[in-house]
Each structure stands twice: as C-alpha cells, then as structure tokens.
Design a binder for this molecule. Structure first.
Ligand code: FAD
Ligand code: EPU
Length: 346
C-alpha cells in the first residue's frame, strides 16, 4: 500500500492560493487518508504543533510565510451513508473540490446546493465560514462535520447545531486550527425547493428562456452571473469578497440610509440588526478599479481585491487596510476581512 502521508519541506505556495501570492511553507504534509492523522502527529516534526489546514487556498492571504506546519487533505471519497428515498445523507472527504461535488450531486438527482455553484475551494472548508451565495448558506444542508483534534488525538463529530453557524461564521472560526475537518455529511433532498429570489437569478433564467427551472438550470444561471461579476482566479488572482458585509444595529442602518438613499440594506441576523453592503461602501469611496502597483480592486466588483501579477501578500494587506480606513472615516462603519490572514494580523 502506498504511504497516505507525503511530507514536503520548503514547499512553494504560489500555486496553492488563489491570490497567487508567493510564500513558502517550511513544512507541508499531504494526507490522503484521515485515519493516518494520529500517525502524522506522532512524528517529531508535527507533534504538539497545531497545523494550518490548507484547502484550495481561496479564502486566505499569505502576508508572510506560515510559521506552523501546513496540512493538505487530499482524500476524495464521496458516498451515500443513509438513503431515505426523499432525501439522503451524503458524506464527502474534506479534500473533495467543492464545485465538482455540487455538480456531481446535481447529476445524481440531489437538490439544494445549486445556488452554491462555482464557489472555489474544498468540501472541508465549506463549514469553516459557512459558505453562502445567492440566498443560500451551506448550513442548511450540513448534517454533521467530522473532525480530528491534534492536541488530544480525538475524533469529534459535530452535529449542525454544535457548529454554531452564522453569516460567514462557525465554531471552527472561533478556534482556528483546533479542529481539522476531515469529512462533511450533507442532508440532501431529492425534491427541489428552488430559491430564486436573490437579485439576478430570475432575470438570468428569463434570459436563458427557461420558465420552469430545474436545479441544474439554477446552477447554470448562478454560474453565468458569477462569471460576469467575479474575476476568475486562474486569470486574475483574488480570494472572492475580501471583506464581510457589516452587520449593524437597525438605528445605524436607518441613519446611513437617510443620508445615502441609494445605499442597499439587507436582513440582518435578527430583528435588531441589518446587513449593509461592503461593496457599496468601497465603491462609494472611489476604490473600484483602483491599483497600487500590482495590488488592486477589481473593476467589476468593489469587494474583490486582485493581484495583477506580482503583488505580495503584504501589499494586498496594505491596500485592504487603506480601504477599510477610508470607509471608516467616511461612513463610520468598520469592515472586516473575510479571508484568513496568515503571517500578519489585521
Ligand atoms: P482555504 O482558503 O484553503 O482555507 C480557508 C480557511 O479554512 C483557513 O483558515 C483554513 O485553515 C481553513 N480550512 C480549510 N480547510 C479546512 C479543514 N479541512 N479543516 C479545518 N480548517 C480548514 N465564499 C463564499 O462563502 N461564497 C462565495 O460566493 C464565494 N465566492 C468566491 C469566489 C471566488 C472567485 C473566490 C476566489 C473565493 C470565493 N469564496 C466564496 C471564498 C472561498 O472560496 C470559500 O471560503 C471556500 O470555502 C474556501 O475553501 P478553500 O478550500 O479554498 O479554503
Ligand atoms: N455593489 C456595489 N458595487 C460593486 C458591487 C456591488 O455598490 O462593485 C453593491 C450593489 O448594490 C449590490 C450589492 O453591493 O446590489 C451586493 O452585491 P453582490 O450581489 O455582488 O453581493 P455581495 O454582498 O458583494 C455577497 C457575498 C459573495 C456572494 C454574493 C452572492 C459576502 C462578503 N459576499 O457578495 O460571496 O457570492 O453575495 O450571494 O457576503 C465571498 O464570500 O467570497 C463571495 C464572493
């Protein structure tokens, strides 16, 4: 049997992050089978060290070289663990590519994940920030998260409630690196309940000439919208939205809207809060399309920082801080980064 663990020293990370910034991992382990993790952490190089798990590198910024070991899970198993006819529990290894998983589930007749098409990254990262797009969050379909805790050598299984999911948030974000997500179980229906209310999906389906959409059609509409709005990291390095949309008290949202009638306001996480648009604040502050050397803001979407070629993580972080400062000065609103910043603090 081939060794499920491959250890690399001085591993270049440029092709392992979608910003395409250069960095080096002093130590990186690729692990094809999560049952090998206890053996990995018994090795002296890894023992007692919380590793940083690297998925597709689509939600992190290397602002310096990591000073902890990196761990990449490469297992590719996907299987139905329970089938109840109208729904099934599907378990996927952390290393499975997210978009391919969504397409495969649609092919196999499962609905639910269509609005989350074309999000880069891995299955294992999906619960970390509770990925969301086009009116759907992955928490709606997560049944359980399997994990390994290096500090104790224990396997933990979290049910959905224990994951404490919220907008771009989960228990895993509050204790980064404590748990390695090794697999995720999804509860997927076979009968679709389509969510078409998010801006643009209905219009896209009409433009496609589709009156009675299937989940596959919705996926195609979402893919088309995303391709227009978001730069492809293979062409222009980026990590999607660089900032989270700020959630503020209702009174603050109303005061801002009275002053700026065009400002969009969305539902918050309860009756007392509203979600505002970080993109709108950044756009209104004049940053869209801005460029400092190779670090810039996408011309198609103000929330996306881009690497025009050879920007360093530090240069991108410097630009991000200037943007956040200018939004705070002009609107008295704090915007926080969405990606994990490695090698520097916000
Ligand atoms: P990485 O970037 O490798 O890691 C992100 C964080 O999760 C790190 O802290 C890492 O340590 C941790 N992590 C990763 N895997 C594990 C694991 N197995 N166990 C424990 N911790 C882990 N996000 C959205 O929510 N919605 C969108 O619509 C969206 N659109 C995007 C569009 C583009 C073009 C890009 C580049 C990014 C977009 N993102 C979006 C952000 C990103 O794709 C998601 O957050 C994705 O889930 C990150 O997956 P990853 O495997 O690349 O994680
Ligand atoms: N807007 C501008 N200028 C721009 C872009 C947008 O003013 O350049 C305003 C518009 O008013 C628009 C509003 O911002 O109506 C919202 O824009 P969009 O629908 O593109 O959504 P978003 O809030 O910018 C969020 C997620 C995305 C997700 C989309 C679609 C966050 C931080 N971002 O973006 O997720 O794909 O909604 O659901 O919540 C990501 O997390 O990386 C990501 C791409």
């Amino acid at each position: 049997m081939t060794d499920p663990i491959r250890v690399l020293h001085g591993a270049p990370l440029r092709s392992r992050n979608t910003f395409g910034v250069a960095a080096t991992a002093p130590l990186l382990a690729e692990v094809a089978d999560a049952t090998a993790l206890p053996g990995l952490f018994a090795r002296s190089e890894f023992a007692g060290r919380a590793p940083l798990v690297l998925g597709g590198g689509s939600n992190l910024l290397f602002a310096g070289d990591p000073d902890v070991p990196l761990l990449a899970l490469t297992g590719q198993d996907v299987r139905i663990v329970r089938d109840e006819g109208d729904m099934a529990i599907v378990r996927a290894d952390a290393g499975v590519a997210w978009h391919g998983f969504v397409m495969r589930m649609l092919d196999e007749g499962f609905a639910g994940l269509e609005n989350l098409s074309l999000i880069p990254g891995t299955v294992g990262a999906a619960p970390i920030q509770n990925i969301g797009a086009y009116g759907v969050e992955v928490r709606e379909f997560i049944h359980a998260v399997e994990s390994f805790e290096p500090a104790t050598g224990r396997v933990h299984r979290f049910d959905a409630a224990q994951c404490a999911f919220a907008y771009r948030d989960s228990v895993f974000k509050h204790e980064p690196d404590r748990f390695i997500v090794t697999a995720v179980e999804f509860a997927l229906p076979r009968t679709p309940t389509l969510k078409l209310d998010y801006a643009g999906i209905g219009d896209e389906l009409i433009a496609m000439g589709i009156a009675s959409p299937t989940p596959r059609d919705v996926a195609q509409a979402v893919i088309a919208i995303r391709r227009r709005k978001l730069p492809d990291p293979a062409v222009l390095g980026n990590a999607g939205s660089f900032f989270k949309n700020p959630i503020v008290p209702v009174a603050q949202a109303e005061a801002l809207q009275a002053e700026h009638p065009g400002m969009p306001v969305f539902r918050g996480n309860g009756p007392d809060t509203r979600k505002l648009s970080a993109a709108w604040f950044i756009d209104a502050s004049g940053w869209k399309g801005h460029r400092d050397g190779d670090a810039g803001v996408a011309p198609t979407h103000a929330l996306v920082l881009v690497n025009h070629g050879n920007a360093s993580g530090h240069e991108l972080l410097t630009l991000a801080r200037r943007i956040a400062d200018s939004v705070r000065t002009r609107f008295a609103v704090s915007i926080e980064p969405e990606p994990r910043i490695v090698g520097a603090s916000w």
